[in-house]
Design a protein around this ligand. Structure first.
Ligand code: RB5
Length: 149
């Protein structure tokens, strides 16, 4: 399984530890930057990760910024992406079970590194529940097809 990960300066301190956490579990992690503590623009990294997920080059993505919000807004502009802001483990589980999120967005400012790791683990251990949730996710994608040609 390949995981694409990106952050801005707001969560750069967590990136290498998160990559180690995942590679220790045997996952192939694609580090999409940023690679410095300099102030940068989160959409640049959201786009790289989202395009990798949308193209199938990565199985899912992790995006981290100050809140996770900017990353999710930017990633959701890429066709095929369902990026969810995940502030805790319950949200992480439900983002997969109910929404079949293919990117989770975490906060480097309001979550601890351990919270972020726990959310990633919880997300990865869940399955999409399908059934009525599939109908709803399909409706999300229909909206996308209508407005994003
Ligand atoms: C950067 O200052 C900050 O705006 C960014 O990390 C993120 O929180 C945006 O949503």
């Amino acid at each position: 399984m390949k995981i694409a990960i990106g952050t801005d300066h707001g969560a750069i301190d967590y990136k290498s530890e998160m990559i180690k956490h995942l590679t220790d579990k045997g996952f192939d992690v694609d580090d999409c930057g940023t690679n410095s503590t300099e102030s940068c623009d989160y959409p640049d990294f959201a786009k790289i990760v989202a395009e990798k997920v949308a193209s199938g080059d990565a199985d899912f993505g992790i995006l981290m910024c100050g809140t996770g919000i900017g990353m999710s807004l930017a990633a959701n502009k890429v066709k095929g992406i369902r990026a969810a802001v995940v502030p805790n483990v319950d949200y992480a589980k439900l983002s997969k079970q109910h929404n079949n999120a293919n990117i989770i967005c975490l906060s480097g400012r309001f979550m601890s590194l351990d919270d972020c790791k726990a959310c990633v683990d919880a997300y990865m251990n869940e399955e999409f529940a399908g059934d009525r949730h599939e109908r709803r996710v399909n409706k999300i994608m229909e909206i996308e097809n209508e407005y994003f040609k």
